[in-house]
Write a new protein. Structure first.
Length: 273
C-alpha cells in the first residue's frame, strides 16, 4: 500500500500519457490478433462517469486491458480516466503498482476516486474484486459485485452517472474449477500456509491455465487466446444524489440492486446474441 507520503495529488500525477502510448502497440496487437477483441456501446459514454465492470480472467484481467485499449483508441491518451486497483498490489508487487499508476491506476480508496472525479476525470471500478475475477467457471455468466456498495455511495456523493461495462470471453482464457478459500484458511490456522496470514488474498482458486497446467492460489497466468467482447451500457442516472442520498443505507442498497440487475440483464443479452 502507498506510504503516508503518497498523497492524492501525487497518485493522480503519476498517470503518464507517454508511458501509455509506448505500451499501446503491444496491447493493440493482443486486441487485434490474440483476443480478437471488440467493444461496442461507446456512443453511450458521457463526458464524465463512474464506469462499473464485472471482472473476468484472473490476475491478467484481459477484459479490462482490452477495454482500455479501445478507450485510448477512441479518446486518446490525454482524456483522463483512472482505475481503482487493490491496495495490496503496492505491497505484493511495487513494480507492477508503479506501472499501473503510470497507466492511471490509483489505490482503491474513496479519497482517490473522489479526487479524480472532482478534477473532471472518469473512474473505472470493479467492485467484485478478487472473488469476482476468480469466480468458478460455471459462474462466469453471473454478475457478482459481492454486495459492495462503496461505488454507489461514490456516484451519489459526486453526482456522476454510472456506466455499466459487461463482457464475455475473458473467463474462457483459463478455467477456474473452484474456490478453496475456506480450506486455505484452515491450512493457515495450522501453520501450513505461512504467507497467507501476511497477505490474505481473499480467494484461493484451483484453476487450469498456462503455464502451470493445474494451479492453486491466486497466482499469475498466461491467458489462453479467446475472443473477448465488451459492451458499454447506457448510463444509469439516479433520482436522488448528494451526500444525504449517499448516507441513506436503504436507498444505497436500492441503487446497488438496480445496477446489478441492469448488468445481469445486459450480460444475459450479450451471451444470447
Amino acid at each position: 500500500m502507498p506510504s503516508s507520503s503518497h498523497t492524492v495529488e501525487a497518485a493522480l500525477a503519476q498517470r503518464d500519457p507517454k508511458i501509455i502510448a509506448s505500451l499501446m502497440p503491444k496491447w493493440e496487437w493482443a486486441y487485434d490478433h490474440y483476443f480478437h477483441a471488440s467493444t461496442e456501446g461507446w456512443h453511450h459514454v458521457p463526458k464524465q462517469a463512474l464506469f462499473v465492470g464485472s471482472h473476468n480472467g484472473g490476475l491478467a484481467s484481459p477484459d479490462m486491458v482490452m477495454l482500455m485499449v479501445d478507450w485510448f483508441r477512441r479518446f486518446g491518451y490525454d482524456r483522463p480516466i483512472y482505475g481503482l486497483m487493490h491496495t495490496k498490489v503496492w505491497q505484493v508487487n511495487p513494480w507492477l503498482a508503479k506501472l499501473g499508476a503510470q497507466c492511471g491506476a490509483v489505490p482503491a480508496q474513496p479519497k482517490f476516486a473522489i479526487a479524480a472525479l472532482q478534477r473532471g476525470a472518469s473512474v473505472l471500478v470493479f467492485p467484485g474484486g478478487a472473488q469476482d475475477v476468480f469466480r468458478p467457471y460455471h459462474q462466469r455468466h453471473q454478475i457478482q459485485l459481492m454486495g459492495r456498495t462503496g461505488f454507489i455511495k461514490l456516484a451519489l456523493r459526486e453526482n456522476v452517472p454510472i456506466v455499466p461495462v459487461i463482457s464475455r470471453g475473458a473467463h474462457d482464457t483459463f478455467i477456474v474449477l473452484n474456490d478453496c478459500y475456506k480450506q486455505a484458511q484452515w491450512l493457515n490456522q495450522h501453520g501450513l500456509l505461512p504467507w497467507f496470514q501476511g497477505i490474505d488474498p481473499e480467494v484461493f482458486p484451483i484453476y487450469l491455465g498456462l503455464p502451470w497446467g493445474l494451479a492453486m492460489g491466486p497466482v499469475p497466468h498466461i491467458p489462453w487466446p479467446h475472443p473477448i467482447h465488451t459492451r458499454v451500457c447506457a448510463p444509469i442516472v439516479f433520482e436522488r444524489t448528494g451526500r444525504t442520498a449517499a448516507k441513506d443505507s436503504s436507498y444505497v442498497q436500492h441503487c446497488y440492486d438496480q445496477v446489478v440487475a441492469h448488468m445481469q440483464t445486459a450480460l444475459d443479452q450479450l451471451n444470447a446474441a
